[in-house]
Design a protein around this ligand. Sequence first.
Ligand code: ADP
Ligand code: MG
Length: 238
Amino acid sequence: MLTVTNLTKQYDRLLANDDVSFEVRPGEIAVLMGPNGAGKSTTIKCIAGLLRFHGTIQICGIPNKKEQARRVFGYVPELPALFPLLTVWEHMEFISRAYQLQNWRERAEELLVRMELDDKKGKLGQELSKGMQQKVSLCCALLPQPKVIMLDEPLVGLDPHAIKELKAILMELRAEGCSILVSTHMIDSVDEFWDKALIMKSGKVMAIRTRAEIEESGENLEQLFFSITEKAAGGATE
Ligand code: ADP
Ligand code: MG
């Protein structure tokens, strides 16, 4: 369970997150949608404990900056940050030590196979293409079997096989009861798998809809998205 309550984040004078509140339940995939600059990455970085903020963020009921919270969430940043001089397999070893994982090797092997990285185990971080780095970053986040996972624009830059596998993995995590938050500026890319859509603009969450709500009301998510995000600048907010 992920709970964000009254999250406000300011960079100097710029209000990047303005009183953001939402929750992602166990077994739910929430998509954080919004145009560039809406504040999606800032929200995710605050949840991941990388930024100072006002408000409350709880992961499985624990404040996000506490160690017990950090143990149970995974974060896949938009730009992968690997260790340049560690190999792919050493990244897996590093994570297994940091999280004190037992019997992790089989899972690590399986993740690398699924991401078509099993023949790259001996390659250094700095020798990998951007897409490969992104896949290693994904494997690192998945290895400890997080209860809550945040992925920032995860589909950008991945090849079709990795996109297919990632979608399958997200659905498996959902079935296992994980709370999943995926940011995207491309609505189409998440169409098949979202359970809850959060539409952000100018730092605010302007609308939250579950798939059931959309299906019941006959509302169209894409139309809703554009009606919110393309409103004239300076217009009233709801
Ligand atoms: P999104 O991920 O939705 O594209 P971001 O959260 O990256 O949006 O950015 C939200 C706003 O905060 C933008 O106006 C962006 O320019 C600004 N911003 C992001 N990071 C910083 C930073 N480190 N310092 C100052 N402003 C920032
Ligand atoms: Mg972003």
